[in-house]
Design a binder for this molecule. Sequence first.
Ligand code: AMP
Length: 419
Amino acid sequence: MYQAPRGTADILPEQQPYWNHVCSAVRRIAHRYGYERIDTPVFEDSGVFLRTVGEDTDIVQKETYSFKDRGGDELTLRPEKTAAVCRAYLEHGMRNLPQPVRLYYVAPMFRYDRPQAGRYRQFHQYGAEAIGDADPAVDAEMIQLALDMIRSIGLRRLTLVLNNIGDPADRARYVAALKEHFRPHFAELGHDGQRRFERNALRLLDSKELAGKPFFEAAPKSTDFLGLEAKAHWDRLLGYLDNLGIAYRLDHRLVRGLDYYTRTVFEIFPEVEGAQSAAGGGGRYDGLMEQLGGKPTPAIGFAAGIERAILNLQREGVVQLARPAGPIVVAYNGAAPKARAMLLVSAVRSKGGRAVLAPERSLKSQMRYADSVRAPKVLILGPQELERGIVTMRDMAAAAQVEVPIDEAPDRLAALEGP
Ligand code: AMP
């Protein structure tokens, strides 16, 4: 027997209310902030991710699903959305639109990750990008949007963690200082740490193994290496957050894994027992467009995971989502009533109601079927009803029934659905 591939999951009907809840919360908040939806293909030219996310990142080194298609093109299933949205921004000349261009998305991502609770190989993210404006007020907007979306999904007591990793030149000076600091402790870095030291020293800071060691805690801070412009941007952002009453915690070890980030980086943690990781995170990526061959274009975005959000919702019991009522069931007894019942089902649907035909069994068993699909009402049509031009309408919760002229039934049932 086949099973879903490791690290993937089916989203069954009983889980769909959670997904609807998340997607409609995201849509509602995006709308309030003036963000419009964008969808991009599931795969892109591999270069879109290789050149932006960074060749020395875990994502590109170990986690991409890349393949050559039958025509010989090198393609990658998207591991994240930002680079793809930027590719679309360039391809469609969105710099001619009023800036910033505000976009949001909900989409599956693919990473060859080690599967565990809340970690999948195909997972879903929602997120947003504001492209074309360097104003720190846009950073504040993105952070506020991220908090609002995560909160509106139902995750409470959120902590915003913030850092600034500077512009590329600041970062080069900072990375040099970091290496200077860690070099005397090279032997204590461990295999993974030594690799990070050699290839991408910034990432030493999000090493879980090193946390707690005194030399690690004493590492220099990126915010002490900011150039004048990045520093001014940073001070203004903190001022704007204060102004908006958005609390934050500064953490100089927050660097985010990807190469394209500049200046502001942030993550948002829900205070949930057993929540091992951030609900979402993001940052500014002012250099990304150039890496894709475009003109310099400042931008900022964030992304958050849906599976983890749903897991947290269920764990916390914050949102109790009942499955919605089922459709009306039309039951029948005999061949002529069945033919009439099929017309009745069609008529209910064309009036905007929801209906299904009962499976061909005894009437009693059709009623049991109606019960198990949570039908709010059942229409019963037998030879006698047919002859009299009526149908019996049974309310399942009240266990009460009335007779209704057949031709009136569709309108009465459609009215149940509301506008
Ligand atoms: P990232 O793009 O790595 O910053 O991830 C942003 C968010 O996506 C994380 O905070 C998680 O909620 C979610 N996420 C990342 N990787 C996975 C994964 N493999 N499975 C499920 N969710 C993930």
